[in-house]
Each structure stands twice: as C-alpha cells, then as structure tokens.
Design a protein around this ligand. Structure first.
Ligand SMILES: C[S@@+](CC[C@H](N)C(=O)[O-])C[C@H]1O[C@@H](n2cnc3c(N)ncnc32)[C@H](O)[C@@H]1O
Length: 444
C-alpha cells in the first residue's frame, strides 16, 4: 500500500475522536467522517509503522446513523466533530472512549461501567462563548477557530453557543466597522478590540464582556447592546498581554449588574467575568448529582473539594456533610466561592486559596479527612498532590475529569492504593468529542 492508493473498506469501529476505523492486513486505518457499519471508498494519506490515515472519498453503503449536517462551517470548524452522526451513535462512541481508555491506558479492568448520562438538549446548550475578532482584507471578521489552528472562520452563528450570540455579534461588528475601531492583530501585536465573551444564565440573562487591549469609550455600543432586554451586565475587560489567552484580568463594569445570577441545584451563584463555571448548566446538575451519589456523603464526613472553582460542587455537598473545604488557585474564584457560601447561608464550607499540591499535605495532617472530590483542569493532577492523597488513605474519592487521558494516567498512578469501583461518563459537550467522566475510587 502507498500514499494516494484508493481502497474499499468496511468501517469496523469508531475512535475516541469519532473517526471511523478500518483494517488492512491487520493494520489499523483511521478515516475522518466514516461511520461504523459503512462501506467506504477511501484514499490513503499517511502511512506510519503503527497506523494508517485515509480520507473519505465516497460512502458506498451508508449506515442509518449518518445524518444531514446542519452546520455550514462544520467541515472546517474546530468546535464540533460529531454532527454527521446520530446522537445515539455519538453517545456509544463516547461511552466506549471512556471505557477503553481506562482499560487500555490505565490498565484497570475490574470496575463497574455505568450508562452514559445525557439529555436531549444538544442545541445552544453552552452558557459561555469567547469569540475572537480579526481584520482580514479590510473587513472585520469574527467566529470560531478552525480545527487545530488560530485561524478564524467568519461566522456569527453557532448551533451550540447561546442563542442570542449571532444578534450580539452583528451589533458589535457593525459598531466597530462604523467607528473605524482597530482590531488587535496577533502578528503585529497592535490594535484595540480583541474579542467578545458572552455568558448566559439558566434564567436566560446575558453578561457581555468586551475584550480590548486598552480602555476606550464604548458607551454608544453599550447603549445599542442594552436594547436587548436579556443583557443585564456589560463589562470591558482589558488584556494588554501579547499572548493567545483572550480574557485578561482587569474588568470595568460598563452597564448593569456586577454579577450574572446563576442557580445550580437550588444554590444561587454570583458569576463574574473570570469565574470558572461548567459550560452546560442543565448537564452540570446531573454531573453533580452523580458525583454526590458516588461520594455518598454523610453528616460525619469532613470532605475536601480540590480544584473547587467558584465552589459549586463544594456548596452542593455542604448541607449533606459535617464540614467541607474547597481549594482553588484563582483568587477571584475563591472570593466568589466565599461570597456564594454566605449568600446561600452555608457556614460549614471554607475555601483555601492556593495550589492543591501545595495545600493538601498540611490539610490532611490537621484534619481528619474522610472523603475527597477532585475536578482538575484538562492537564490533570500534579504528582505531589497524588502522592499526598496516597499517604492520606482517604476512604472514598470521586474524581471528575474533562479529559479521560489524564484521568487514566492519574488513576493508574493511584492504583496501588486506590481501587476504581465505578465509572460514569456524563455528556456535557454534545456534538463534540469531549466527555466528562466521574470515577469513584475506594481505598484498598
Ligand atoms: C475543571 S475546573 C473545576 C471547577 C469546579 N469544580 C466546577 O465544577 O465548577 C478546574 C479548576 O481548577 C483550578 N486549578 C487549576 N490548577 C489548580 C491547582 N494546581 N490547584 C488548585 N486549583 C487549580 C482552575 O482555576 C479551575 O477553577
């Protein structure tokens, strides 16, 4: 076999990113866009010692799971990658991704694999969008990034982002064009306007954050935006750092409420521009319910919620336990978490500012910790933190992860001390290949 060869293959499986899998002389071939059960004509594009890649030329026999693609920018956009298959097949693919990664990567077998938790709300489910802007051939463009790149696709409509985003982007682009406002250029590092962030609450209220490199009088734009009755808060965020992180640390309130009000499992939250919040409100509640079921908290428990963000897991567990302690590295989130505890009349939750790996050892020495939750960022947990968790011999741990690869690495590291008992995939990110996983570990 050589590059550009065309061959007819049966698609026998799906990989973790939703690509079809076929075999040729026992060698695995990955084909983007092909679906399990289909017979496809493919063209070979890459041949390596361990695997081959091909592109889909023609679907000869189609599966019933192939659906019409409803997004015009799907093929190039880096957002979704499962819009060409039924949601049913997407869920099976994600279930297998979680199960297989734990079995093959962590080399752990004896656990109970629970059904994937999902809902049917697969459109406009995201509560936060950050949209970059650029000037290209004299025209202001904005939209999602292309897959694996920093190139912007000029498109204001997105089927998973908040529904009013398109209307808001149209107003902002018109304003910037009319007023000849310069757009930040990543190459020259010059220009004023960088991006927009849009947050939407469960109550259908919006917070808009205009992201610029310097202060500017945006009052006419604010006047236009506040005509949209759902917008209750507008900020200017100043980011003068020449990096590719869009949101900076300085926020100036330009209109309306300081916070966006959110509710998760009957607790009320004040969300600020920089707060971390799970992106899918309805599924977050199901995720926290599952984490609570697996943790099985009691009134005798003293619990650590590591990587606690603005304290939403901490506070959802507080009334079920004796004491709960959240640890988080971002100061704004800790301030937010403390306010959220007060606003919900919760007085058995405390919050520690710092890195989990720096705080854990002292904490497990001074308190009789019975259970733990951890929900780290995509890169997973630091080894120092995991070493302290091993030493502490915690009875029951619930590990929540948005990246099953680092989850598998970390539970493999813990497996001499902790046994994986149950695993539940929770689909917070429909139509993309991302999946949240909740794991219950128990001390051996
Ligand atoms: C996936 S979020 C989880 C937030 C929260 N549990 C929730 O459900 O909203 C991960 C959080 O870990 C924080 N973080 C990242 N590295 C950290 C570290 N080394 N120590 C403590 N917190 C960290 C991030 O700021 C972020 O708020």
């Amino acid at each position: 076999m050589k590059i550009n060869d065309e061959l007819e293959v049966l698609i026998e499986g799906m990989d973790k990113d939703g690509r079809g899998i076929a075999y040729n002389n026992k060698k695995i071939i990955f084909i983007a866009g092909a679906l399990i059960g289909e017979i496809c004509l493919i063209k070979i594009t890459k041949i390596l010692s361990k695997y081959i890649e091909g592109t889909l030329t023609k679907v000869i026999k189609e599966t019933k799971d192939r659906i019409n693609i409803d997004c015009p920018i799907y093929q190039s956009c880096g957002g979704c990658n499962m819009r060409h298959m039924s949601y049913e097949l997407e869920k099976i693919t994600k279930y297998n991704k979680v199960k297989n990664t734990i079995i093959h990567q962590a080399k752990i077998n004896n656990f109970k694999m629970n059904d994937l938790i999902s809902n049917d709300n697969i459109y406009n489910y995201r509560n936060k969008a950050i949209i970059p802007f650029k000037k290209e051939n004299g025209k202001i463009i904005c939209g999602m990034f292309k897959a694996n790149s920093h190139e912007i696709i000029d498109s204001k409509k997105c089927l998973i982002e908040p529904i009013l985003l398109e209307k808001i982007l149209n107003i902002v682009v018109n304003y910037l064009e009319k007023n000849n406002i310069s757009i930040y250029d990543e190459t020259t590092k010059k220009g004023l306007f960088r991006a927009i962030m849009c947050r939407k609450s469960k109550y259908d209220k919006y917070m808009i954050v205009l992201i610029a490199t310097a202060s500017y009088d945006f009052s006419n734009l604010v006047n236009e935006l506040k005509e949209i009755k759902e917008i209750v808060s507008i900020y200017l965020n100043i980011n003068d750092l020449n990096n590719n992180v869009l949101l900076g640390n300085i926020n100036k309130l330009l209109y309306g409420d300081t916070y966006l009000k959110e509710e998760i499992l009957n607790n009320k939250y004040n969300v600020s521009p920089n707060s971390f919040m799970q992106v899918n409100n309805l599924m977050t509640e199901l995720l926290y319910k599952e984490a609570t079921r697996l943790l099985n908290p009691t009134k005798e428990d003293v619990i650590i919620d590591a990587y606690c963000g603005m304290g939403s897991i901490t506070l959802s567990l507080a009334n079920k336990v004796k004491e709960i302690i959240g640890i988080e590295v971002v100061e704004a989130s800790i301030i937010n978490a403390r306010e959220n505890a007060v606003n919900n009349n919760i007085n058995n939750a405390t919050f520690i500012l710092g890195k989990c790996e720096d705080k854990i050892e002292e904490l497990v020495k001074t308190k009789n910790i019975t259970k733990m939750v951890f929900d780290p960022p995509r890169k997973g947990c630091d080894k120092t933190f995991l070493d302290a968790v091993k030493q502490a011999k915690i009875k029951n741990i619930v590990y929540i992860s948005c990246n099953v690869a680092t989850l598998a690495r970390d539970i493999a590291y813990l497996k001499d001390t902790y046994q994986v008992v149950e695993v539940t995939p929770v689909d917070l990110f429909p139509r993309t290949s991302h999946i949240e996983t909740v794991v219950r570990l128990s001390h051996k």
